[in-house]
Design a protein around this ligand. Structure first.
Ligand SMILES: [Fe+2]
Ligand SMILES: [Fe+2]
Length: 247
């Protein structure tokens, strides 16, 4: 089935990909909307150049004024460079921007007016009005000191930000074919070391995971999840690949 990337794409009945598919780029960004009963959570809302497409897709499925939380899983410009304009469009006084305090310290320089919800000051969780629980896992140095990933307990979905990200020649939103090789170059370039990455994979392999939704590359489901975890567990990256430095 051919996917129409001009429109929002449902990963589940409540989770939508709302990204911009730039056919000339090898690194695609994946912002997601999680639509709950009385809350809408916008995860890694993306960059300024992608903003018009992303917001059009958001508006295709929800009223932006119904978005109650924006999660910034780390501070990179491709993850949340558009936060100031996103909060203007959402335009609600009680909007909260969810991030680790090591990330909040940096993204406040984007000139935001919304209140921050520091995950590490809230027991690493957010309970939505329906009772649905989002858990945050601090993944320090993967690839930022304040990096987090977000776990939706209800659907067992892990929004993994740059972890499990991939650089593709021939991208598809859902993993198919050889999805492990495209993951390698991203992790080799952007992750600090196998020692740190492996520690994180050992945490993830104990979790109940239905799907992993990274901020670049492809959504992983079923057997692809453990294949990816095992692959990254043994992948030398970052400082491991720099001659003359012993990690
Ligand atoms: Fe990043
Ligand atoms: Fe990224």
């Amino acid at each position: 089935m051919k996917i129409d990337y001009d429109n929002p794409i449902a990963a589940t009945r409540e989770i939508y990909w709302v990204g911009f598919y730039d056919e000339t780029a090898h690194l695609h960004c994946n912002p997601y909307l999680l639509i709950d009963e009385d809350d809408i959570v916008f995860i890694d809302p993306g960059s300024i150049p992608h903003f018009p497409t992303i917001m059009r897709k958001v508006m295709d499925i929800v009223n932006p004024e119904d978005i109650t939380y924006v999660v910034a899983q780390h501070q990179d410009p491709d993850v949340c460079g558009n936060l100031a304009v996103v909060e203007d469009v959402i335009n609600r006084n009680d909007l909260k921007i969810v991030a680790h305090s090591n990330c909040v310290r940096l993204i406040r320089h984007l000139g935001l007016r919304s209140e921050f919800y520091a995950t590490d000051e809230h027991d690493d969780k957010l309970i939505l009005k329906s009772g649905r629980e989002l858990q945050f896992i601090h993944t320090p140095y993967l690839h930022s000191p304040g990096a987090i990933v977000t776990y939706d307990v209800k659907t067992q979905s892990l929004f993994s930000s740059d972890i499990f990200a991939a650089i593709y020649q021939d991208w598809s939103l859902f993993a198919s074919g050889d999805f492990l090789t495209p993951m390698e170059s991203f992790h080799q370039k952007y992750m600090p070391s196998n020692h740190i990455l492996k520690h994180c994979m050992e945490k993830f392999e104990k979790m109940e995971l239905e799907r992993i939704l990274p901020q670049h590359g492809s959504i992983l489901e079923n057997g692809n999840i453990i294949k990816a975890i095992n692959h990254l567990k043994q992948l030398p990256c970052g400082i491991d690949l720099i001659d003359g430095i012993e990690s």
